[in-house]
Design a protein around this ligand. Structure first.
Ligand SMILES: [Zn+2]
Length: 274
């Protein structure tokens, strides 16, 4: 899934690789996918995007925005982007395919669910997109400890830390993936209740959040996700499917995987307190 660090990596790569190229053909829904979300009729994308020049790309939270002339394409959630050079064989399956004037191409496939929204610039009214664009990024100067503390409202007291941090877009781009290492580094269990945190705990969580996300960015995203060239990020996830069978790096106890709130959580059975 595209989350904050990956969105940043992908947008930089797209901007570098595609800027200045003209789209000559767009194929959508070649392989129908129940959970591929298009804006309007995907059959119209070719008309919207052909002959448009790529101006660059941005990221907002966990969303990647490609600018093509007066149109934008926004990729989110489980979209996998693959860049193909001139001599690569075109991919067999995809939900979106952009061919450029230099015979390179970009394809998008959906893992579980994902957005492929094409709208005129400034007209994307998708709520997730608008919130991601409006709220400060955890890695920007406006995301201060004061700002973080103000996110804890009285109605959130009964929530678990997973629900608080990774739902409702309180912090756009912070999803169930990056959540695992943030909570590990803070020393808290994903099911720990917000109401059990004192001020020091909240500060520990803030520090873990900033440090973990910064490290993920520094190393080009997590090793569980791929970039547009098919290379995994260089950030070694502490808690993920890759490390499930290894002992905890802090205390040596067993790592546990559990289904919780519509996704898997990973935690150390020894050192993450509930
Ligand atoms: Zn441990």
């Amino acid at each position: 899934m595209i989350e904050l660090p990956e969105a940043s990596v992908l947008s930089k790569q797209l901007s570098m690789e595609l800027s200045g190229k003209e789209i000559v053909e767009v194929i959508t829904a070649q392989n129908p996918h129940k959970f591929a979300w298009y804006s309007g009729d995907p059959a119209l994308y070719d008309g919207y995007l052909s002959q448009k020049q790529i101006k660059g790309a941005n990221s907002y939270g966990g969303q990647v925005e490609l600018q093509a002339g007066d149109m934008t394409l926004v990729f989110s959630d489980g979209v996998n982007l693959h860049y193909h050079s001139k001599n690569d064989l075109p991919p067999g399956k995809h939900q979106l395919f952009l061919k450029f004037d230099d015979e390179t191409s970009l394809s998008a496939t959906i893992s579980m669910y994902g957005g492929l929204l094409c709208t005129p610039k400034g007209k994307n009214d998708n709520l997730y997109y608008l919130i991601a664009k409006e709220k400060p990024s955890p890695l920007s100067g406006s995301f201060t400890s004061d700002y973080f503390l103000k996110l804890f409202t009285p109605k959130d007291q009964k929530l678990s830390l997973k629900a608080f941090l990774a739902t409702n877009q309180r912090i756009p781009g912070l999803g169930n993936g990056v959540l695992q290492d943030i909570l590990f580094n803070a020393g808290f269990h994903p099911k720990k209740k917000v109401e059990s945190l004192n001020d020091n705990n909240k500060n520990d969580l803030f520090v873990a959040l900033i440090n973990t996300l910064s490290k993920m960015m520094e190393f080009g995203g997590r090793d569980t996700e791929n970039d547009i060239y098919g290379n995994p990020g260089r950030y070694k996830s502490i808690l993920s499917k890759n490390t499930l069978s290894s002992p905890c790096i802090r205390c040596g106890s067993q790592i546990i995987k559990e289904a919780y709130l519509g996704g898997s959580i990973y935690f150390c059975s020894g050192c993450q307190t509930v």
